[in-house]
Write a protein that binds this ligand. Structure first.
Ligand SMILES: Nc1nc2c(ncn2[C@@H]2O[C@H](COP(=O)(O)OP(=O)(O)OP(=O)(O)O)[C@@H](O)[C@H]2O)c(=O)[nH]1
Ligand SMILES: [Mg+2]
Length: 291
């Protein structure tokens, strides 16, 4: 039986693209729940990482990065993260200590204040402090402080695991008394299929440069348990047109072969099993598979 009383809360991690939100989520839950690359827009949907210990459960939600979207209105864009904003007890705004914080972040904070949502604690995590001098960091903190009054400011490096314990302890200390939403052994809300899809998508993002938009989809069509220690996985990769398909396949299939080797290794490490991986590149237009 679980001991009482129980504390639990939702922390939504928000920030511009590439500031280290997914790196922060992974280091907080000590597992690679969300994929990381050096590219912008790696995360394309909300991903939960759950940390349960002693009598506390914290649900962290990683979100797609904010950016100034010229084609769409910001309101439209914000709809991708809005549900994670409204359900949160805490918002953890992540900024890159080396970059100027764009207005899109302050606009979001303004919208949250205007909406009269139930009170949330809003904290700031200045990330990548391993790359910045103390002087610059103080200036940066002052600059942000002048624009918005956060409940608390932390200086962290998600890459070097610096300042993470302080951040975690702070959330733990301020958790509301609430029932746990997940059993204690659950670390992610992602199914095995979804996690395997994300591993392959990560390798694609790392291998393919700017020729293909980031919104490639991967789906696991079949996962066969060949034995206790071996899986056979069939995945489809969906792109939007023939040109993107040709780029992904490459000359004499070299690109897809290299993606397949990289994804297989990644999945083997993740599952601790031997993997046979079969990839097929297909074209999907407006949600319909055409090839
Ligand atoms: N030097 C340094 N690099 C970091 C740190 N945290 C993250 N990075 C790097 O920053 C890049 C982006 O990290 P992500 O965690 O994918 O960033 P994100 O905010 O989730 O990005 P999107 O999903 O695209 O919005 C990767 O190359 C990370 O290794 C840090 O504390 N220090
Ligand atoms: Mg991310």
């Amino acid at each position: 039986m679980l001991s009482n009383p129980k504390n639990s809360g939702i922390v939504t991690i928000i920030g511009e693209v590439n500031v280290g939100k997914s790196s922060l989520l992974n280091i907080l839950v000590k597992k690679d729940v969300s994929i990381i690359t050096h590219k912008s827009n790696t995360t394309n949907k909300q991903i939960k990482g759950i940390k349960s210990y002693k009598n506390s459960q914290i649900i962290f939600i990683d979100t797609p990065g904010l950016y100034i979207n010229k084609g769409k209105t910001n309101r439209n864009f914000l709809s991708e993260i809005w549900s994670a904003v409204t359900e949160a007890d805490f918002l953890c705004i992540v900024v890159d200590g080396n970059r100027t914080v764009s207005n899109v972040v302050y606009q979001l904070l303004e919208q949250i204040n205007e909406k009269n949502l139930p009170k949330k604690r809003i904290i700031l995590a200045i990330n990548k402090i391993d790359l910045i001098s103390k002087d610059k960091l103080l200036k940066k903190t002052q600059e942000i402080n002048d624009k918005y009054e956060f409940d608390k400011i932390f200086m962290i490096s998600a890459l070097k695991n610096d300042g993470i314990d302080d951040l975690l302890n702070w959330f733990t200390k301020h958790l509301p008394q609430k029932k746990w939403l997940y059993p204690p052994h659950i670390i992610s809300d992602q199914s095995l299929d979804q996690q395997l899809n994300e591993k392959t998508r990560q390798i694609i993002l790392l291998r393919i440069h700017d020729e293909i938009p980031y919104n490639i989809e991967v789906s696991s069509d079949n996962i066969i348990n060949v034995s206790k220690s071996k899986l056979r996985i069939f995945q489809s990769i969906y792109v939007h047109n023939q040109r993107h398909r040709s780029i992904l396949i490459g000359k004499k299939g070299e690109t897809i072969k290299s993606i397949s080797i990289g994804a297989r290794k990644k999945i083997e490490k993740f599952t601790n099993k031997k993997i046979d991986l079969f990839l097929e590149v297909k074209i999907k237009k407006k949600g319909v598979v055409v090839n």
